[in-house]
Structure formats: C-alpha cells, structure tokens
Design a protein around this ligand. Sequence first.
Ligand SMILES: Cc1ncc(COP(=O)(O)O)c(C=O)c1O
Length: 325
Amino acid sequence: MPVPRTEFIWMNGEYVKWENAKVHVLSHVLHYGSGWFEGIRCYDTKRGPAIFRLKEHIKRLENSVKIYHAELPYSQKQICDETVELVRKNKLASCYIRPLAYRGLGEMGVNPLGCPMELIIAAWEWGRYLGKEALEEGVDVCVSSWNHLTPNTMPSISKASSNYMNSQLVRLEAVRHGYSEGISLDSYGNLSEGSGENVFLVADGTLITPPAGASLLPGITRDTVIQLAHDLKIPVKEQTIPRAMLYVADEVFMTGTAVEMTPVRSVDRLTVGSGKTGPITTKLMKAFFSVIQDGKDPHGWLTFINSGKKTTSVSKSAKKKTGKK
Ligand SMILES: Cc1ncc(COP(=O)(O)O)c(C=O)c1O
C-alpha cells in the first residue's frame, strides 16, 4: 500500500508540506546508506491518542547514531516534543511515526564526516503490517537461507537503514516462497530475529527469546513483552536458541512496532503447537492490548497527544545543536 499522504513532514526544524520534503540526489545517505531510523506507533486509546514508548525510541535513535560516531542535530526532548506536535498538526490519532536521521549533501566519498546530519519526522496512518488476520490467526514463517548480520560487520543494535538490505533479502525470499515473514539465524546457526521483528517461543511454560548477542535489534516491544511477562509471573529466559527449537516449541510469536504481537502458526510448514494461538501468547497479548487499546498505563509507556500540556516547537524556540559531527 502506498504511504498515505499527510499534510506535514517535520524536516530539519520546520514543518514542511508533504510535497516539499525533498533531499538532494547527492546526499550521502543515498550512496552509502548512512541513515538511522525509528518506527513508533501512536494508538487511539480509550483515553485519547497516545504515542507508545516515545522516549525509549528516541533514545535508541540517539544510540544508533552514536555507534557511527555521529550525533543527532536536536536533543531527545526536542525530538519528542516535535513528534507529538507533528501528530497533532496532521490531525492523526492512530498512526505510525518515522523519525529518520541521515547524512545529507556535503562531500562525496565513504568518509561521512564532511556531510551534515539531518533529521526528518513523518507520520501516517498504517494498519496491520502482516495483514488483517495475522493477529487472530497467526502467520506462516520460514527460516531464511540468509544469515543475519554478524557482530563485527554491521552492528544490529544500531537501527541503521543499511541493515535493512539484509532484511530485504530475508523478506523477499519469504514472500517468494509464499510465507508471511522470514526469520534469520545468526552466523552460528542459532535464532536471531525476523526481518523486522523479534522472536519469542514458549517451551514448558517458559518464555524464551534470544539475547542481544544473537545479532538482533533489542526491540522496544520485546522489552515491553518481557516486562509484561514479569508482571504476569511468567518465567522468562534469554538464551541461545538452536534453530530446531523453533520446530518443537509449544508457542511462537513475533514482536515489533509494526507487527505488534503476532502469533506464528507454522515454521517451515511445521505447525506450532496446536496451530492456534497458545495460552501464554494470549495472556501476553491481552496485557499488551490493554495498554494500547484501553490506555491502561502502569509502566508510564504512553505519551498522550492531548495532555493539555503545550509542547514547544523547535522551529520557533529551540536551536539546532551545534556539533561538527
Ligand atoms: C530488525 C528488527 N528487529 C526487531 C524489531 C522490533 O523492534 P521494536 O519492537 O522496537 O519495534 C524491528 C522493528 O523495529 C526490526 O526492524
């Protein structure tokens, strides 16, 4: 589905009209992949529209950039405030938010230091990433023939645009073979993550997920599910997961901002458990949806759009950070 048009995109300190949000063709990011982004959701909860774990996403963006010896051109607080303002200005309630930092037009060549760091924030309405039925019925996935990034090639904890070339190979292969999604293994053949989501399985009542050392992006939804499991007294283990454990797990599900919590009903055409969403997945999904639908927020994960508190606009009151990075 093409990206639905909204009125404004925030670009380097200004709200610009959708059609004017443009970059130069010689921008460093287009040639060398030097971009970093976030995917965030705003939910139309029963208590009003609220952005889910906004601060954690912006903190991760800052870390993603730092790994590449760069710095965001605006503070975390400024970016959070502008994100809230953008959702308001576009009169959105339930939407997907995409902040993207990138190296712009400057010098050509691999060394990026002569190129300015730029930042945009866009938001648009976006439904279910893996289709309408995915959450109720679960999805069919495969283990990809493509391995995930190895730790000393591309750091997977940085959500860098260039990492998604690997994800594209995984996703293209999965779709070509009739699966909804592909899961990749790390360079040791153990479970890493999906092309755009983390993976959990349940075995003998314990929730198990691979550790950050398995070349994955430590997802904010992954962290959310772990915290909810603690609340519900479900035992959680982060451990190396050999591929075959996926085939014998009682339950498997994926987490991510785009897929939210999506049950997996088969892996490589082997049915997971009974083929229906299992009891632990169901419990966790209920807890997750009570936050994002009902707006029940004991952990302080929601930033309400209409909290009555006016946010300041960077373009009017706050200056771009001056750093040469
Ligand atoms: C490769 C990859 N892994 C995991 C995730 C899940 O991360 P989060 O829950 O923070 O969206 C994403 C989505 O952002 C992703 O692209």
